[in-house]
Design a binder for this molecule. Structure first.
Ligand code: KG4
Ligand code: ZN
Length: 477
C-alpha cells in the first residue's frame, strides 16, 4: 500500500527517519514539512511497515524527485516502480509540464528504471555527488504545449517587459527608456533611475500584456534580470517579479543580465554551439565561450572601463549627449582616422583595457584646446572607433581561431555599432565563420532578451524561490 505522509503521522515520520538514517541524518522530515511548502512524501507500506519512499517537490506546474529509496531486502519487488507509478498518476492529475531529478552517473539500475518511465538525460551536473557527476533527467508531459515567458528588465535605465514564446518568438515587448531624463546629467543617476522604474513599471506591464492580448494566467513562468546592475533599479524589477510569481503562482526564473544580452541573438536565429560571444555594453567587455545552452566560460574581460563606458566618456569631451555611442558611430562614419592614438593592451591575451585610450583622447582634446587649435570631432571619433574596432576584432578572431570555433555572436549595447558590425561581417565572411548580431533595437537593454534567456534557464531547471535577491555584482554562471 502507498500512502502520502502527513506531518501528523508522527510514528511513520520517526520510522522513516530511522530506516533511512543515512538520508535523513541532517534533515528532519518535520522541519522539511514546516519550511518547504512544496515537499511531499509517498511511503510504501508492507504490513504497516515502511519499506520504501519517494520524496518529491510539487511546484506550480512541475515536479522534482528529491529522494527515492527502497530497503535493500525489498529491492526487485516492483516497489520502486509502484512508487513511480503513483507519482506519474499524480503528475497527470495535476497537469504538470515535467518531472526532473538528479541521479549519479554510475547508478545504472536507477537510470534504467527512469528511462523506462520516459526520463531523458538532458545535462551533466559536474561533481554533483562529491566527486561523482550527476545526470539531470527530465520527463516531459504535454510536449506540444507552448511556453510563454514574461521577461522583466530594469537593471539600468530601461524599464521593459516582454513575452516570448518558446525562447525564439517575440509576442510583445514594451521598453520605457529614461534616456531623456538622464541626458541632462550626462549619465545615469541611480536614485533617479530607481524612482522612474517605480513610476513606470506597472504601466509597462499592463501595456505589454495588452499588446500580447494575454493575461498573467496565460504566462508559463516569469524571468527577471536580478543582476548585475544598479541595485535600486534591479530591486524594482525583482520585487515586481516576486509579487507576480506569488500572486499568480508562477515559477520564477532569475536571469543574469549578460546572459540576456547573449540570448537576444536567439530572437534573430537559434544559437548554434559551440560559439564565442563578444559582449560589449556600457558595463561589460567580455569574450565568452559557450559549448551549449547555459554554459558560459569567460575567456577574458576588461581590466578597467567597459567599451560602452569609454564611448560615453569620450562623448563627454567631444560635447556629445549621453549615450554617446550611437552618435560617435555616425560621426566616425564621416570622419577620417587622422589622429594617432595608442592601441590599448595590444597583446595575445583575451583581455581588454580602455582607460588608457580614453585618457589619451581627453589629454589630446585638452592640449589642442590649450593651444587654441580646433578639434575635428568627426576625425577624432573615426580615429577612436577604428582603434576600438581593431582591438575588438583582433582578440575575438584570435579566440575563434585558437578554440577552432565557427560561430560568433555579438551582444550588448555597443553591438549596435555599425562600424563594429561591418568589420566583423567582413572578417567572418573571409574566415567562414557563422555570425549573428542582435537586432539593433534589442542590442541595448530590453525584456525580450531576458525572456529568451529565461526560456533556456527554465528548460535547465534554474528556478528560484521567493527569497531571491537583486545583486549589483554577480558572476555569469
Ligand atoms: O547594453 P546596454 O544597453 O547597457 C548595459 O548593459 O551596459 O549598453 C549601453 C551602452 C552605452 O554605453 C551606449 O553608449 C552604448 O551601449 N551604445 C553604443 C551604440 N549604441 C549604444 N556604443 C557604440 N555604438 C553604438 N551604436
Ligand atoms: Zn545591458
Amino acid at each position: 500500500m502507498i500512502i502520502k505522509l502527513e506531518l501528523s503521522n508522527e510514528d511513520y515520520i520517526k520510522e522513516l527517519e530511522e530506516k533511512f538514517s543515512d538520508i535523513f541524518l541532517n534533515n528532519s522530515i518535520k522541519s522539511d514539512f514546516k519550511n518547504n511548502p512544496y515537499t511531499n512524501y509517498l511511503i510504501y507500506l508492507i504490513d504497516d511497515k515502511i519499506v520504501g519512499f519517494l520524496n518529491y517537490y510539487f511546484m506550480y506546474d512541475r515536479m522534482e524527485i528529491v529522494n527515492f529509496n527502497v530497503l535493500d531486502y525489498f529491492q526487485n519487488r516492483h516497489i520502486g516502480s509502484s512508487l513511480l507509478n503513483k507519482l506519474m498518476e499524480e503528475a497527470q492529475e495535476k497537469d504538470v509540464n515535467n518531472i526532473t531529478l538528479e541521479v549519479r552517473v554510475d547508478n545504472e539500475k536507477a537510470i534504467y528504471l527512469y528511462e523506462k518511465y520516459g526520463f531523458k538525460k538532458v545535462n551533466i551536473r559536474n561533481n554533483y555527488y562529491r566527486g561523482v557527476d550527476g545526470y539531470l533527467m527530465v520527463k516531459e508531459f504535454n510536449k506540444n504545449r507552448d511556453i510563454y515567458i514574461l521577461g522583466i528588465e530594469s537593471s539600468c535605465d530601461e524599464t521593459s517587459f516582454s513575452i516570448v514564446r518558446n525562447g525564439i518568438e517575440e509576442i510583445a515587448t514594451v521598453i520605457s527608456s529614461q534616456i531623456d531624463i538622464h541626458k541632462q546629467y550626462g549619465g545615469v543617476v541611480p536614485e533617479i533611475a530607481s524612482r522612474a522604474h517605480i513610476k513606470n513599471i506597472t504601466y509597462v506591464l499592463e501595456e505589454c500584456l495588452s499588446i500580447a492580448n494575454m493575461k498573467m494566467e496565460n504566462i508559463t513562468a516569469i524571468a527577471v534580470c536580478f543582476g548585475p546592475g544598479l541595485i535600486g533599479s534591479l530591486l524594482v524589477g525583482v520585487t515586481v517579479a516576486k509579487t507576480l510569481a506569488f500572486l499568480y503562482n508562477k515559477p520564477l526564473i532569475p536571469v543574469h543580465h549578460i546572459s540576456g544580452h547573449i540570448y537576444a541573438n536567439n530572437l534573430v536565429k537559434r544559437l548554434e554551439f559551440p560559439l564565442i560571444a563578444l559582449v560589449i555594453s556600457g558595463g561589460h567587455t567580455e569574450l565568452i565561450l559557450m559549448e551549449k545552452d547555459y554554459s558560459f566560460k569567460k575567456l577574458g574581460g576588461t581590466f578597467d572601463d567597459a567599451v560602452g563606458e569609454c564611448y560615453d566618456k569620450v562623448g563627454r569631451v567631444l560635447g556629445v549627449e549621453y549615450p554617446a555611442g550611437p552618435i560617435i558611430d555616425k560621426m566616425a562614419s564621416i570622419g577620417n582616422p587622422s589622429y594617432e592614438l595608442p592601441i590599448p593592451l595590444n597583446d595575445d591575451s583575451y583581455n581588454f583595457s580602455f582607460s588608457g585610450l580614453k585618457s589619451a583622447i581627453i589629454n589630446l582634446v585638452h592640449n589642442e584646446e590649450q593651444r587654441g587649435n580646433v578639434i575635428n570631432k568627426e576625425d577624432l571619433a573615426c580615429s577612436f572607433q577604428n582603434i576600438v574596432i581593431e582591438i575588438l576584432t583582433k582578440k575575438t578572431m584570435k579566440a575563434l581561431k585558437d578554440y577552432n570555433i565557427h560561430n560568433l555572436i555579438l551582444a550588448g549595447g555597443v553591438s549596435a555599432n555599425i562600424g563594429i558590425r561591418n568589420k566583423f561581417k567582413e572578417l567572418c565572411e573571409e574566415n567562414n565563420i557563422n555570425y549573428i548580431f542582435p537586432s539593433i533595437k534589442y542590442s541595448t537593454d530590453n525584456g525580450a532578451m531576458i525572456a529568451a534567456s529565461g526560456y533556456y534557464a527554465y528548460l535547465d531547471n534554474r528556478l528560484s524561490d521567493l527569497t531571491i535577491n537583486a545583486e549589483s555584482i554577480v558572476e555569469l554562471k
